[in-house]
Design a protein around this ligand. Structure first.
Ligand SMILES: NC(=O)c1ccc[n+]([C@@H]2O[C@H](COP(=O)([O-])OP(=O)(O)OC[C@H]3O[C@@H](n4cnc5c(N)ncnc54)[C@H](OP(=O)(O)O)[C@@H]3O)[C@@H](O)[C@H]2O)c1
Length: 248
């Protein structure tokens, strides 16, 4: 990938990003990548110890990080997180919604409580965090929402019904959000869906070996960086990336 130009880098620098699911996998990698670009990052997830380790790492590299312990399914938690970001940084430019879980099972064998929990985290949580950041972005007149959807949000496969339902939901939500903020009289908010195939993280542990051709979290983080470093008139709406050898 071509390096960011000086002017792109200036655009990205000094921005503030909230990254959910920052304690692991794609969210963690995205946080490191953005912090290296000079973006101040608020790290959200439930496991505070993991977030603290990431904060130390980012600060050891000269970046700025803020730990915000958050369960995305808890409305009060989410609201407190936004207030902490407002108090610490006074603005919010980028939201990366990466918090998620995956339970794969055939419908007839599925534990419905697990499927519902997946919808709660992957879809309801994402919608809740997105709604909560909008007032800040609207006040600024700009913002960028990056949703980590999935290849499973573009095509489904046996065993992925509940997970796909959550990710198709994310894609539908993203498109409506984009259209709501398009037009001359509305604020300037960009929306990007990133749709990776399998990525080697805690979430994909235990998948059948024939599915284990994987991407690295850093491959997805580069997509996030690409989307958020475009000039203001470019809105990258969708990035679908598969491991080259992946057949699904
Ligand atoms: N790995 C793949 O193959 C793949 C492919 C396509 C898309 N994705 C998507 O990428 C995103 C990140 O997944 P990953 O692969 O990086 O998995 P991961 O390493 O398991 O990370 C999942 C993250 O979500 C957080 N999380 C889960 N429930 C949460 C909740 N209720 N509130 C706040 N944070 C919560 C976890 O943090 P805590 O446990 O600390 O809360 C963790 O940081 C997910 O949306 C996933 O669907 C993954």
């Amino acid at each position: 990938m071509a390096a960011l130009t000086d002017s792109d880098a200036e655009e990205t620098a000094q921005k503030v990003a909230l990254i959910t699911g920052a304690s692991s996998g794609i969210g963690k990698s995205a946080a490191k990548t953005l912090a290296r670009e000079g973006v101040r990052v608020a790290l959200a997830a439930r496991r505070k110890d993991k977030l603290r380790q990431l904060e130390d790492h980012i600060e050891s590299e000269g970046g700025t990080a803020l730990v915000v312990e958050t369960d995305v399914t808890d409305e009060d938690d989410v609201q407190e997180t936004i207030e902490e970001i407002q108090d610490s940084f006074g603005r919010l430019d980028i939201l990366v919604n990466s918090a998620g879980m995956m339970a794969l099972n055939r419908v007839e064998e599925a534990d419905m409580a697990e499927f519902q929990r997946m919808i709660d985290v992957n879809l309801n949580g994402l919608m809740q965090v997105t709604q909560a950041v909008l007032p800040l972005m609207q006040r600024q007149g700009s913002g960028h929402v990056v949703n980590i959807s999935s290849l499973a949000g573009r095509k489904s496969f046996p065993g992925a019904s509940g997970y796909s339902a959550s990710k198709y939901g994310v894609n539908g939500f993203s498109e409506a959000l984009r259209e709501e903020f398009t037009g001359e009289d509305t604020e300037f908010i960009r929306v990007t869906d990133i749709e990776p195939g399998f990525v080697e993280t805690d979430l994909s542990e235990g998948l059948p070996p024939e599915w284990m051709e994987t991407l690295d979290p850093a491959d997805v983080a580069r997509s996030v960086r690409y989307a958020v470093s475009q000039p203001p008139h470019v809105d990258v709406n969708e990035i679908l990336l598969r491991p080259t050898q992946m057949e699904l």
